[in-house]
Design a protein around this ligand. Sequence first.
Ligand code: HEC
Length: 150
Amino acid sequence: MKRTVVVAAAALLLGAGAVMAQDNLVKQSQDIMKANAKNLGGVLIAMVKGEKPYDQAAVNAALAQLEDTAKKLPTMYPASMKGAKYEGDYSASPKIWEDHAGFQAKIDSFAKVVTEAKAKIKDLDSLKATAPGIGKECGGCHETYRLKNS
Ligand code: HEC
């Protein structure tokens, strides 16, 4: 009897641990996505629109963060995250795990565009020519693999 209680308590603790790990990963991936939006919209597109002056150091820093995202994306949605609860406006679609190859293809395509952008963006004209293509990659993944919370 005593043993059953101990085992049950241990199982409960393990369960709680898994949920806490999920919460941490949700927060991490949301923070990364928010940083992506800040760097794409608040830095690169803001310069394209003339809301901010062109600044190569700021461009490089924004692209470095996006490149870092591309590296992290393959680990941001492990199988243990399937069904995790995302607060806020968006969740991870189950399609991430159902069509893992398709999801990885979106990551690869995003990574390629960001790496190319790093080589191409040298001034405002090349930024104008390149930044929208990065935005397309974000949208291309979101379209299939991100869900709007109802
Ligand atoms: C390979 C897929 C993929 C790529 C590429 C991607 N995202 Fe996301 N994004 C997601 C998924 C899945 C979610 C929902 C789950 C989450 O928040 O982690 C999301 C959520 C978001 C959110 C909402 C975060 C929140 O607080 O709820 C924003 C903002 C966002 N992405 C911006 C971007 C921007 C900007 C880019 C491009 C620079 C980008 N994402 C590239 C898959 C991607």
